[in-house]
Design a protein around this ligand. Structure first.
Ligand code: UFG
Length: 342
């Protein structure tokens, strides 16, 4: 039987590459669209090690509509999973046009291409950042208000969701799921894939593992006076493989769904972990002390947010299988392997 092809933009990136593995595991044939501006070709070796296959790669800038349509002229697919986007919150404040041009332009082009090819299953990478700073609640559900993101990066996700709603409303025959990611962490348990931050990481766990391996002197914990369990911010950390599996579940949901839909779905565990708890977990799984100090709050940080994951559980049949501790261990294994190979 012919395998169903799935186009994966940003398939060489952190979440994209783990999703490619899960697509293969579930009998799909992923095709990566990535111009490697923010990823490393070495990822393709990791994919080969895990899947035993050479995954097809089309290297094109999705913002260049003409080049995109040309490169994908002979491609057809059952669905599109659209990851390719910039994601650094701080950089987006410095250079908002870069974010609006790339994240909005890329989405518009991928929708236009999908429409032209009559591909009617589309998955979009959204983010819990669309909830902004939740008022009087820590656990957020999909029906809660969005549209108050606190960075241009976050705005591109709010606008992206609006574009999907409007596209649907116009009567397009398209099934869409936007997955609102909480905080993806960890690496493939095989250590053949993981996070590859370019330059100094902005995110907590890569900063922790890089500090432990000796790249940074110490971790700065941004703020100790938040109204939380221990004064540090609380997030819903989700293993990247569980997040990848959520995409496969979303695809299976879409392809079985008879009438067209647009759904917004949280992908998180429902459990919050503070920065200090993350440090403790790291020290436990790595069996070593981490150097860290308190510093001032970081601009734009939300105090505490975690998912109400019921919609993902019920609609998609998705339940995470890894714990935060597993994720921290896998991230640490990956960091150690990376540095051994240098
Ligand atoms: N933190 C530190 N020190 C560091 C790095 C992070 O204390 O060196 C803290 C942050 O202040 C925050 C927590 O660790 O309290 C998590 O920070 P991350 O940068 O790892 O994650 P964020 O929750 O800030 O960002 C994530 C995604 C974004 C997305 C955002 C939405 O990376 O893409 O969630 O809330 F926009």
């Amino acid at each position: 039987m012919m395998k169903a092809k799935i186009l994966v933009t940003g398939g060489a990136g952190y979440i994209g590459s783990h999703t490619v593995v899960e697509l293969v595991n579930n009998g799909f044939e992923p095709i990566i669209v990535d111009d490697f501006r923010n990823s490393d070709r070495g990822v393709l070796n990791g994919l080969k090690e895990i899947t035993g296959q050479d995954i097809q790669v089309l290297s094109v800038d999705i913002c260049d509509k003409k080049a995109l349509f040309e490169a994908l002229e002979d491609v057809n697919a059952l669905g599109v999973i659209h990851f390719a986007a910039y994601k650094a919150v701080g950089e987006s404040v410095q250079n908002p046009l870069k974010y609006y041009e790339n994240n909005i332009g890329g989405l518009v082009n991928m929708l236009a291409w999908s429409r032209e090819k009559k591909i009617n299953n589309f998955i979009f990478s959204s983010s819990c950042t669309v909830y902004g700073e939740p008022k009087n609640v820590k656990e957020v559900s999909e029906e809660m208000a969005t549209g108050i993101a606190n960075s241009p990066y976050g705005e591109t996700k709010v606008i992206g969701e609006t574009i999907l709603r409007d596209f649907k409303k116009s009567g397009e025959d398209m099934n869409i799921v936007a997955l609102r990611y909480f905080n993806p962490i960890g690496a493939h348990p095989s250590s053949f894939l993981g996070e590859l931050p370019l330059g100094k990481p902005n995110n907590l766990l890569p900063y922790i593992t890089q500090t432990a391996i000796g790249i940074h002197h110490e971790l700065t914990v941004f703020g100790n006076d938040y109204d939380t369990i221990d004064g540090t911010c609380v997030r819903d950390y989700i293993h990247v493989v569980d997040l990848a599996i959520a995409h496969v579940k979303a695809l299976q949901f879409l392809t079985k769904y008879s009438s067209s839909t647009v759904e917004f779905v949280n992908v998180g565990t429902g459990k919050g972990t503070s920065v200090l708890e993350m440090i403790q977990l790291f020290e436990k799984v790595s069996n070593q002390q981490l150097g860290w100090k308190f510093g001032p709050r970081r601009d734009g940080d939300v105090t505490e947010i975690y998912a109400n994951p019921l919609k993902a559980n019920n609609l998609l049949g998705w339940i995470p299988k890894y714990s935060v501790e597993d994720a921290v261990l896998h991230a640490w294994n990956w960091e150690q392997k990376l540095r051994k190979n240098e």
